[in-house]
Write a protein that binds this ligand. Structure first.
Ligand code: SF4
Length: 142
């Protein structure tokens, strides 16, 4: 049974990326990839979001912002770490203020590696998150 009754709404947050992965996330919205044809909508409001996409590592300055965004999202929710920086800290992991990947701040459901992560991988990660979201909803309903 299909438990997801609405379009998945996505919130994108740039932790401390070099903007390479952010450009690829934006590319997903362009006519070439056109994720909106799958019903995926980009929102700026965490209270409307089902899936949080994060690029860049978690650092001393943004860790509380990441936690606040996550806390403001309604349950059930999914987190997708985009790019190796969001997955593990990447090339910035040795920086003085970098704590590490997004999972140092909040639970991560899907990891999308790459530097930068390709739009195809990002879309695939979101589709995987949708499947996991569906499982979560089904478990809650049973
Ligand atoms: S994974 Fe690469 S492209 Fe993406 S934010 Fe890190 S350094 Fe930039």
């Amino acid at each position: 049974m299909n438990y997801i009754q609405k379009s998945p709404w996505i919130l994108h947050y740039d932790g401390s990326s070099c903007n390479g992965c952010d450009i690829e996330v934006l590319a997903c919205l362009t006519p070439i990839y056109d994720v909106e044809r799958f019903g995926i909508i980009n929102t700026g409001n965490p209270k409307h979001a089902d899936i949080l996409l994060i690029t860049g590592a978690v650092n001393e300055q943004n860790i509380n912002v990441v936690k606040q965004l996550y806390d403001q999202m309604p349950n059930p929710k999914m987190v997708v770490a985009i790019g190796i920086c969001a997955c593990s800290g990447g090339i910035f992991s040795e920086c003085y203020n970098v704590i590490g990947g997004v999972d140092k701040a909040i639970p991560v459901d899907v990891y999308v590696p790459g530097c930068a992560a390709r739009p195809e991988s990002i879309i695939s990660g979101v589709v995987k998150a949708l499947g996991l979201l569906e499982e979560k909803i089904a478990k809650k309903a049973s």
